[in-house]
Design a protein around this ligand. Structure first.
Ligand SMILES: C[S@@+](CC[C@H](N)C(=O)[O-])C[C@H]1O[C@@H](n2cnc3c(N)ncnc32)[C@H](O)[C@@H]1O
Length: 252
């Protein structure tokens, strides 16, 4: 029997089925489903902490993350909230309400993350560990490097950093920044590549500490066999999981 492609969180799966496409945004449903699954797995393993997103826009991916919050946890959404107009924050809050994310579960943070110190970022995320940080803000090498430094400093030891728009044709060299980050932090590792759906729903990277890889990788391969590209990925010496909507290899 083919397993359902779902996160396993009923509220999140209902949002993915009925609300996700109604919220303007750029993250794929494919990646949100897999990220929902790993967020559920974190809760089941007792990994607790806040969730944060840099580059919330109107909330498409953020609301999905929010539906994975465990009791007592909180989600923080950072954005300059001024693009493409000054009403994007209002639409973000309205989308969250319409899609069932309670107002007391999350806090919008209208900040340019490039101007935040690690201590300021910590203060704006409740000072506790972050178990999942989605980075989808400004896509310059400098901004991504800074956002990675903020996330790295506040990450739960068994937490995940999720990077959007990796391998995007519009940002062909952004992965150089990720390579530099991983080279500077050999304790960190690219654990999984979640492949693109489309040019506006691009690939994501899941990064964690090397000693946390075992918590996630076998589970991902076993939970998503129909999406598993069995050749995997060469990730700076680590053989990472690759999940893709239509796994196949070229005919030769
Ligand atoms: C690609 S959109 C995010 C899409 C969203 N994560 C989703 O899944 O639908 C990028 C967002 O990053 C925000 N952004 C750009 N530079 C930023 C900065 N320096 N600090 C915070 N947010 C920033 C933009 O305002 C924009 O809303």
């Amino acid at each position: 029997m083919t397993r359902a492609f779902s996160s396993g969180i009923p509220a999140l799966d209902a949002y993915l089925a009925d609300g996700y496409d109604t919220v303007p945004g750029m993250s794929s449903r494919f990646s949100a489903t897999i990220c929902g699954h790993v967020l559920r797995r974190q809760s089941e393993m007792g990994i607790r902490g806040s969730l944060a997103e840099i580059g919330t826009f109107e909330g498409r991916f953020f609301i999905a993350m929010g539906h994975a919050l465990a009791p007592g946890e909180h989600a923080y959404g950072f954005d300059i909230f001024s693009w493409p107009d000054d009403h994007v924050l209002d639409r973000f809050v309205a989308n969250a309400a319409r899609c069932g994310l309670a107002a007391d579960r999350f806090t919008p943070r209208p900040f340019d993350t490039g101007k935040l110190t690690v201590d300021e970022f910590a203060g704006l995320t409740g000072r506790g560990p972050l178990r999942f940080v989605h980075i989808d803000g400004e896509h310059s090498p400098e901004a991504l490097g800074h956002d990675l430094a903020l996330a790295h400093a506040r990450l739960h030891p068994q937490g995940l950093i999720c990077l959007d728009d990796m391998l995007h044709p519009g940002y062909p060299f952004l992965v150089v920044t990720v390579h530099a980050y991983l080279s500077a932090h050999p304790e960190m590792c690219l654990m999984c590549v979640i492949d693109r759906e489309d040019i506006v729903a691009a690939a994501k990277f899941l990064i964690c500490r090397r000693d946390a890889v075992k918590l996630y990788e076998n589970d991902l391969m076993q939970s998503f066999p129909a999406q598993h590209f069995i050749l995997g990925g060469d990730a700076m010496g680590h053989h990472c999981v690759v999940l893709t909507p239509h796994p196949r290899i070229a005919d030769v």
